[in-house]
Design a binder for this molecule. Sequence first.
Ligand code: COA
Length: 259
Amino acid sequence: MSTSTSADILSHVDAGVMTLTLNRVDKKNSITAAMYDALADALEAANHDAAVRVVVIQGHESIFSAGNDIGDFLNKPPSTPDSPVFRFLRGISSFPKPLVAAVCGPAVGIGTTMLLHCDLVYAGDNAAFSMPFVNLGLCPEAASSFLVPQLMGYPRAAEALLLGEPFMAETALEIGLINRIVPPTEVNALAQRQAQKLAAKPLSALMETKRLMKKGHAGIVAERMAEEGASFGRMLQEPAAREAFTAFMEKRRPDFSQV
Ligand code: COA
């Protein structure tokens, strides 16, 4: 069954696997409020639909996602916990069925942090991960301030989150953010094969195993995400972020000398 939840998010269900495709390639798959809502709605539907046993999230061979749509952040910054971006983050972080991601090209900001909540992540050798929140006058989201130091250790997390330095697929594999690297043309097919394997297993056993594996962190993740969200929403309105976003829109370097 093929449905389009929004023009920029394609949804397709086949043999127990729901595939969600970020489909805004001309804007580098940057994610608008409407796209977050579509993703959150799709995850909610997948959660309640017995015909969906696994969800795959994928982008394009050249780009996974450039993160949040910067124009949206300037014009309608998320200000409450019900804002689409936070709805999506709560949905993905608490999604009880298996989640598989296929990542090629840049995965910026939430393009990387959403992967912390996926169970299996397959990447193209062109994948580049970055969390440049500080460079944008912001703080981490998606509980990445907790999960990234845990995953990489503090020194590497500091490079990734304080310097905002990108890292490539090899590093992502080494630190355990991703499961395997293949040529970009093969990533989506590999993710589908792995999803089909999961879909053939008993869902109740998959869900209970996932719940138990995540149990130690579930409370901390939810609490940290709420705290990050409050700071993130406030910082979006402050001069550093406004300068960073205006500079991006004006295609110039930001000037942080006054902030
Ligand atoms: N929000 C809105 N528009 C974006 C965007 C974003 N996050 N990222 C890219 N775009 C748009 C560009 O404005 C450009 O639009 P235009 O063709 O109308 O000028 C188009 O997508 C292509 O982007 P461009 O920067 O020219 O592509 P690139 O291949 O040179 O670089 C990236 C790709 C992802 C490295 C670069 O676009 C980038 O750094 N984007 C911003 C990432 C970011 O800071 N995200 C965090 C948001 S919290």
